[in-house]
Design a protein around this ligand. Sequence first.
Ligand code: FAD
Length: 389
Amino acid sequence: MLSPDLLSLPFFDDEHRAFAGRLAAWAEREVPGLVDHHDVDGSCRRLVAAMGEAGVLKACVDGSQGGLREGLDVRTLCIARATLAYVDGLADFAFAMQGLGTGPISLFGTPGQKAAACPSVREGTAIAAFALSEPDAGSDVAAMATTATRVAGGWRIDGEKTWISNGGIADRYVVFARTGEVPGARGISAFIVPAATPGLTIAERIDVIAPHPLARLRFDDCVVPEDALLGRPGQGFAIAMATLDVFRSTVAAAALGMGNRALHEATRRALGRQMFGAPLADLQLTQASLADSVAELEASALLIFRAAYEKDRGKPRITKEAAIAKMVATENAQKVIDRAIQVFGGLGVKKGEKVEELYREIRALRIYEGATEVQKIVIARAHLSQFQN
Ligand SMILES: Cc1cc2nc3c(=O)[nH]c(=O)nc-3n(C[C@H](O)[C@H](O)[C@H](O)COP(=O)(O)OP(=O)(O)OC[C@H]3O[C@@H](n4cnc5c(N)ncnc54)[C@H](O)[C@@H]3O)c2cc1C
């Protein structure tokens, strides 16, 4: 949940404030009944359907496709992720993937491609996925080996993608593959691939410490029609980077939501736990721990909404701002959650405790959509370039 103090800042308008209030009430009321962490596929399907019905997924699509605003409003996406992640990591995941999986289509699709993909995503009747990473091309996207070769009437995709969120339950994947116009990053293109396309198979379901639907995909002679191509041949890397430019700040927002929840849990525990004849919260070392967490979360929030605000007000790229927000917010949230566990003592590591769940949930956010080290490189390059011209 985002604080009224934060939402009163001029980064936001009244529509944002109203959306935050409506979503927080909906999430607290509905999400617990939809999530079963032992059935992540079923949970994600239920969450997507319910979010579609409640109109929450309008935030994930272009305004021209029934979205809330023109284009993708990054502040709304960030508010949604911070709010949902506060309640449950899987709810955040289900929401985020509808946005990320459709982001390339919203940003680069033709009117026909948008009309074919966006309504079902908005209504929660189709599940979306974004397939960029490969076994030997994670941080180094340009090392991609999956190929797309021109054939009569379309393209044939061959290769492998891994760590694909919603892999196994998605109805549609945006797949990046090498088309070879030039070597390296500029020889990659993006394609819309329905899950039922012959030649696309789920090679492996991947189990991770905070379970959610995740898979390795195989493409063997997987033929898609000409109009599956998004943008121009060779534009795939630019499409991926522009999409991540929008969604990186939202990963930071999810981390903020998890950190806020951990601080809330730690504070209640510190106030309620009696120790040495007084509440744990009376001890100054506890207060120092809480103070560090408050300050780190507020700093994260300002960086996230600075990046989102800049994008929404028309700055073409927010690469540096988004990288700073993602790096600081995910690293801070990890520290805040770790401190919360410490406040809980033994109970903090007991399976089923909220802070134990958050400790597992936060970890991958420091890795996906660019690990912290990758963000550092992005930030340093942007900084150095100011001195090099
Ligand atoms: C839970 C989860 C969900 C994911 N969902 C998706 C998805 O939906 N779609 C998708 O395409 N991908 C997805 N990914 C993949 C994710 O984007 C990659 O894991 C990430 O880009 C890192 O790639 P890698 O795992 O191959 O690690 P590697 O590229 O092998 O990197 C390993 C480590 O090297 C370090 N490193 C990287 N670059 C540098 C550098 N320049 N200098 C020093 N150190 C460096 C970092 O610490 C990094 O963690 C997901 C991953 C996870 C864990």
